[in-house]
Write a protein that binds this ligand. Structure first.
Ligand code: GDP
Ligand code: IMO
Ligand code: MG
Length: 421
């Protein structure tokens, strides 16, 4: 039976979306990214090989898959060319690539503006990939879309409009305006290299649904980084939640059958912003070192904390999760005590819904419970029954709060370290 499946990060990103997308892509015909850009870093481990994908969807490592970059994605052409080249050199690019002409282009100006904002002290700890300024110039209606930029007939007008808008922004921000000639010279190379991949991605996806193919829409970042539903202003600049899968591809909402939420057995966050269950000290160092919690894109040490069932319940409701995948339970092995946050205390009241304001979230006191069961042997388990009692208790707690089944439990980065229920 054909189906359209959306994959969403249930926390603040880096939940293991790449691993689960690659797994589910075994039966997929089309795998599409629908938002974000190369701020994402999705890891797929196949045998001895570890691949870090930033723009291409994780399904591109499977033959027979069409890997789509949807209209909602922002594309840095140099980064995309580098990613394609690296994968080709490793002989790992198996799928066919299709880029929506309506995807917006990240230019050098955007990256410089992003970095400059971070340096003013008014930043939020972005990845400095130019993502925010690109979405801002898209909304301001002067940005270049990749189809218009690579097509010779519309190139000049598209580029002039974008450069004019960006020049004004650079001047206002005190950023040295990059040389227009340099940018113009790059476009010819982008057109030669990426032009052949540009085509009607929305039509391809609509046809796939009509013809009963399996489609996966792979989210980037996570629910709590969503520009509308996340911890604004400490968020990314796109809709990372399930609704974004529709606007970012052109597939109607009703064509979506399943929405998978991917959650770590603890929580991580990169960059600034509130994080109620954050911890420091020995347990935090254990999570960072055993879990290898360093950014796939920027190499930054990730902030870590205990699993937050209030945040997860919110994510399940906003996205309408039909299934959850629980990742990295193996990392809890060896800890003296594992805690879970079951409620927030806000201004003296107990809440099971996060406050709307990120500033109020800063004032939240998390209520923790200690998981009574053990996590020893988690990484060796080959079936759900074999998993230690601590993992079973986590799964039960999550299912109670999220009101959807934990259908995959992952106990290691490799494809084989996955338990399907
Ligand atoms: P994504 O951005 O959501 O795709 O996640 P990242 O790739 O940024 O971070 C997840 C990290 O955890 C990667 O290094 C994965 O290889 C690794 N990983 C995925 N699943 C598991 C798991 O179950 N256990 C362990 N120990 N590592 C995992
Ligand atoms: P994946 O897809 C974790 C964070 C940044 C910063 C905020 C805004 O691998 O889960 P941006 O560069 O998007 O303007 O930065 O969002 N961020 C991520 N954190 N995983 C990601 O992607 C992220 N992409 C952006 O650290 O706090
Ligand atoms: Mg990541």
């Amino acid at each position: 039976m054909s189906r359209t499946t959306v994959i969403i990060g249930a926390q603040w990103g880096d939940e293991g979306k790449g691993k689960i997308t690659d797994l589910l892509a075994e039966d997929a015909d089309v795998v599409a990214r629908f938002q974000g850009g190369n701020n994402a870093g999705h890891t797929v481990v196949i045998g001895e090989d570890k691949h870090a994908l930033h723009l291409l969807p994780s399904g591109v490592l499977r033959s027979g898959v069409t890997a789509v970059l949807g209209n909602g994605v922002v594309i840095d052409p140099d980064a995309l060319i580098e990613e394609i080249t690296t994968l080709r050199e490793k002989d790992a690019l198996r799928g066919e690539v299709l880029i929506s002409p309506n995807a917006h282009v990240v230019l050098e100006h955007h990256r410089l503006l992003d970095a400059a904002k971070e340096e003013t002290g008014a930043g939020i700890g972005t990845t400095k990939r130019g993502i925010g300024p690109t979405y801002a110039s898209k909304a301001s209606r002067f940005n270049a879309r990749i189809g218009d930029l690579l097509d010779e007939a519309s190139r000049e007008a598209t580029l002039n409009r974008a450069l004019e808008g960006l020049k004004a922004w650079c001047k206002a921000a005190g950023v040295k305006v990059p040389d227009a000639k340099g940018v113009k010279a790059r476009v010819g190379e982008w057109a030669d290299t990426l032009g052949p991949y540009v085509g009607n991605a929305t039509e391809r996806l609509l046809d796939a649904v009509d013809e009963g193919e399996n489609v996966i829409l792979e989210g980037a970042q996570g629910t709590l980084l969503d520009i509308d539903h996340g911890t604004y202003p400490f968020v990314t600049s796109s809709n990372t939640t399930a609704g974004g899968a529709s606007t970012g591809t052109g597939l109607p909402p009703a064509s979506i059958d399943r929405v998978w939420g991917i959650a770590k057995a603890y929580v991580t966050r990169v960059g600034d912003g509130p994080f109620p269950t954050e911890i420091e000290g020995e347990a935090a160092d254990h999570l960072v070192e055993v879990g290898n919690e360093y950014g796939t894109t920027t190499g930054r040490r990730r902030r870590v904390g205990w699993l937050d069932l209030v945040g997860l319940r919110w994510a399940a409701r906003v996205n309408g999760f039909t299934d959850l995948a629980l990742i990295k339970g193996d990392v809890l092995e060896g800890l003296e005590e594992v805690k879970v946050c079951t409620a927030y205390e806000v201004d003296g009241e107990i809440k099971r819904v996060p406050p709307v304001s990120a500033y109020a979230l800063e004032r939240v006191e998390p209520r923790f419970e200690t998981v009574a069961g053990s996590f020893e042997g988690a990484s060796q388990a080959t079936s759900f029954e074999e998993l230690p009692s601590g993992v079973h208790q986590l799964v039960e707690g999550i299912e109670d709060e999220a009101k959807c089944p934990v259908s995959i439990v992952s106990m290691g980065p490799e494809r084989s370290a996955t338990i399907l229920r």
